[in-house]
Design a protein around this ligand. Structure first.
Ligand code: SAH
Length: 346
């Protein structure tokens, strides 16, 4: 079965012309797919063609299995079901500037970050570009009822985007196509734990998305305790790759830094972080840790968060606290899928 949603217009055209279809049909199929339609719903196509397509091809590879809505802030958490039965999560947040969708790039993750629930059971498989696009189209459908659409995308769900480099880059190009979903690259953030070779390669793609880097530590020693990837690449190498990205795209880098009690949240850590980032065009997202009961890591108090931010501010490092959303609905990475799988297993 060929998954059509992952094809560029010219590839779809080649595929369909191989089946004897005209170019305008390829255009109709492309538009239909990117509106989230199934073959059945593409009423502009002859019935016979729809039937033939359905026999050989996949239209929408991603479906919504479950939605939970936060009573606190309206954040929705989706569990998507993929065609092979695997599940991934997505979070849909409403900000004043529009709806932001957090999407997953892999089923699970193999990076092994100590504080992250997505990685507890390793990586099952990569998502295809069509499946990622499917996450966006499903969210569009949810929003359709109140006339909304996905405006911004963050690749911060389960998975390490640069561990699935080719499909992620293909997805970024597809979702931003004018004749498709047309989400501007400037409205997209890609978050990485810091795979340096892929960061360097990505800087050369000509994709002006925002690069978010999960730093979480002010030195290699602490970073190695939290993130196995720190054994492969030093913070210096990560920052050099960030500078290259900045140089090539002109986009400032966002650093993610989750405060963990007794590990990386002290005044001395804030000072060290500030000197590390001095002079760099960047912004630090300070994140209160979402507790992961499986690991005994804890977040810090409100006061400690403010103190940490104060130090950064005094040192002229742009920093804010990331808003927590959907706290009541297992908003954090990998938590809902884990819970779902556990319930299913019972
Ligand atoms: N693999 C990518 C993207 C997915 S994680 C990356 O590492 O950046 C998205 C963000 O959530 C990352 O910054 C990650 O470090 C952070 N995160 C994961 N678990 C968390 C937790 N328990 N509390 C707070 N942030 C967490």
């Amino acid at each position: 079965m060929t998954e059509l949603l992952g094809l560029f217009p010219e590839e779809l055209n080649t595929f369909l012309s191989g089946q004897g279809e005209k170019t305008f049909r390829a255009r109709q199929v492309f538009e239909g797919l990117h509106k989230g339609l199934c073959f059945d719903e593409m009423t502009a196509l002859p019935k016979e063609m729809r039937r033939k397509l359905a026999d050989q091809c996949v239209d929408q590879p991603t479906a919504i299995e479950q939605v939970r809505q936060s009573q606190l802030d309206g954040t929705r958490k989706m569990l998507y079901r993929l065609r092979d039965g695997n599940c991934v999560e997505g979070v849909l947040m409403k900000y004043s500037y529009g709806h932001t969708l957090c999407i997953s790039t892999q089923v699970g993750c193999k990076m092994g970050c100590r504080f992250c629930a997505s990685t507890l059971e390793g990586c099952v498989r990569n998502l295809t570009s069509g499946e990622m696009l499917g996450e966006v189209l499903c969210a569009d459908r949810l929003l359709e009822a109140d006339g909304g659409k996905v405006h911004n995308i963050v690749l911060m769900g389960s998975g390490e985007p640069f561990d699935n480099y080719d499909q992620v880059v293909r997805f970024l190009r597809l979702v931003s196509l004018e004749q498709g979903r047309c989400i501007g690259l400037r409205h997209i953030s890609v978050s990485t734990c810091g795979l340096v070779p892929e960061m360097i390669r990505f800087a050369g793609e000509g994709l002006p998305v925002t690069l978010s880097v999960s730093l979480h530590a002010p030195n290699d020693e602490i970073r190695k305790q939290l993130m196995p990837v720190a054994n492969r690449y030093s913070i210096r190498q990560v920052l050099d790759a960030c500078r290259l990205y900045l140089e090539k795209t002109g986009r400032r880098i966002i650093f993610e830094y989750a405060l963990i009690r007794g590990v990386n949240a002290g005044r001395e850590h804030a000072l060290q972080l500030a000197s590390l980032l001095r002079g760099m065009q960047c912004h630090v997202n300070v994140i209160p840790l979402n507790d992961v009961p499986e690991r005994n890591l804890e977040g810090v108090s409100e006061q400690q968060i403010r103190d940490f931010l104060d130090v950064l501010e005094q040192k002229h490092i742009s920093a804010t606290r990331r808003r927590e959303m959907g706290d009541d609905i297992e908003g954090a990475c990998g938590q809902l899928r884990k819970k779902y799988l556990a319930e299913e297993a019972r």
